[in-house]
Design a protein around this ligand. Sequence first.
Ligand SMILES: Cc1cc2nc3c(=O)[nH]c(=O)nc-3n(C[C@H](O)[C@H](O)[C@H](O)COP(=O)(O)O)c2cc1C
Length: 342
Amino acid sequence: MMSVSNMKEDQSQQYDDFKKVLLDKGSLHFLIHTMCTAESKVIYVSEGLVDFLGYSSKELIGQSLSILREFQDPYSDHLGSALRCGHELVTDVVNKGRDGTQHAAKVHLIPIPDSQGFVPLFAQIFDHHSSLQPHELDAAAHDISARLQAHLNGYSRITLRETRLLSRIPHCKAYVVADASLPDCPLVWCSTPFYDICGYTAAECIGRNCRFLQGADTDQMEVARLRESVQALTPVSSCLLNYRSDGSTFWNHIYMLPVLLPPRPEDPPGCEAVRRGGGAYFVATQYDVTRFVERATALLVEGGRAFERDPDMVAELQALDEMQRDINSGIRDILHEAAAAA
Ligand SMILES: Cc1cc2nc3c(=O)[nH]c(=O)nc-3n(C[C@H](O)[C@H](O)[C@H](O)COP(=O)(O)O)c2cc1C
C-alpha cells in the first residue's frame, strides 16, 4: 500500500511536472481538477490563482473544488452539469478567497480527455479582472487542454522524461519534434517561441503535420525536398514561405534532423517503430529570416549575386545555420539519452 509520504511525493512530483508542461509563468489564473472521485479534487493551481486568492498551493492541492465556491453541491449549476457531461463551457462563477472575499470571474471550463475519450480531468481558466478578450480566454483554455492531453496520453513515444529533458533546451529558440513512427509524422512537441513565430496554439499544432504552415505561395519544389527527406529519414535545410495563423507570411529557415531510436519493450509487435528497427523522430528548428530575404531581394534588384555582395549577411546566415545544427543535435542527444535511460 502506498504510504502517506509516498502519496505526498507523488503529488508534488505531479505538480512540478504539470507546472513545466503548462508553462505556468504566474500570470494566468487556472486550476486542474479530477473527475475520477465523487468530489472534484484540485490537483494543480496556477501561481497566479493562488496569489490572487491568498492561498498557498499546498492548502488547495487535494482539496475538494467546493473550497473555492460558496455552494456546497458542485453539480447544482451550469458548471456542475457541464462537469457531469464532460462538456466545455464558458460561464460566470464566484470564487472565494482565503479571507472569505468573493471574487466574480468569467470561467472557461475545458475537459481533458484521455486516449479512450474519457474525461478524467478538467481545467478551469478564470478571468477575474475582465482583462481577457473572449478569444484569449478560449486560446488559453485550449492551450492548457492540449498540453495536458499530449503530456498525459502521449501522442507519441515522447515520455515525461523526454519532455523534462527537452525543457532544458534554451526557451528562446523555436523548435519542434515530430514523431515519424506515427502516420503522417505529427508534431508531438513545440517550444514556446515556435508558437510565437506562427501564432498558433498547442491545440492547433500538436498532433498535426507541420504542413499547415504552408499556403498558396509556398514553393512546391521546396515542399517536395522536405517530403523526400521525411520519407528517406535524411537531414535537410530549407527556406520557404510560411503563413501565420492570422494569414500573414514569413520566410522560414528550417533545419530538420532525423533521430533514430532503438525499439522499446513496450512497443507493440508489428508497429511502425519495431518494423523500422526503432522509433524515429524528426527534430526541426525554425527561424524567421524574412529580413534576410528582403535584403537579398533588394540586392538582386540592384543586380549581381546578392549573398556574395554582402559579407555580413553571408556571415549571419552561416552563424544561423550552425546555431540551428547545434540545437538540433542537442535535442537529438537528449532524445537518445532519454531512450537509453528508459
Ligand atoms: C519536424 C518537422 C518540422 C517541420 N516544420 C515545417 C515548417 O516549419 N514549415 C513547413 O512549411 N514545413 C515543415 N515541415 C514539413 C512538412 O511537415 C511536410 O513534411 C512537408 O510539407 C512535405 O510533406 P507533404 O508533401 O506531405 O506535405 C516539417 C516537417 C517535420 C517532420
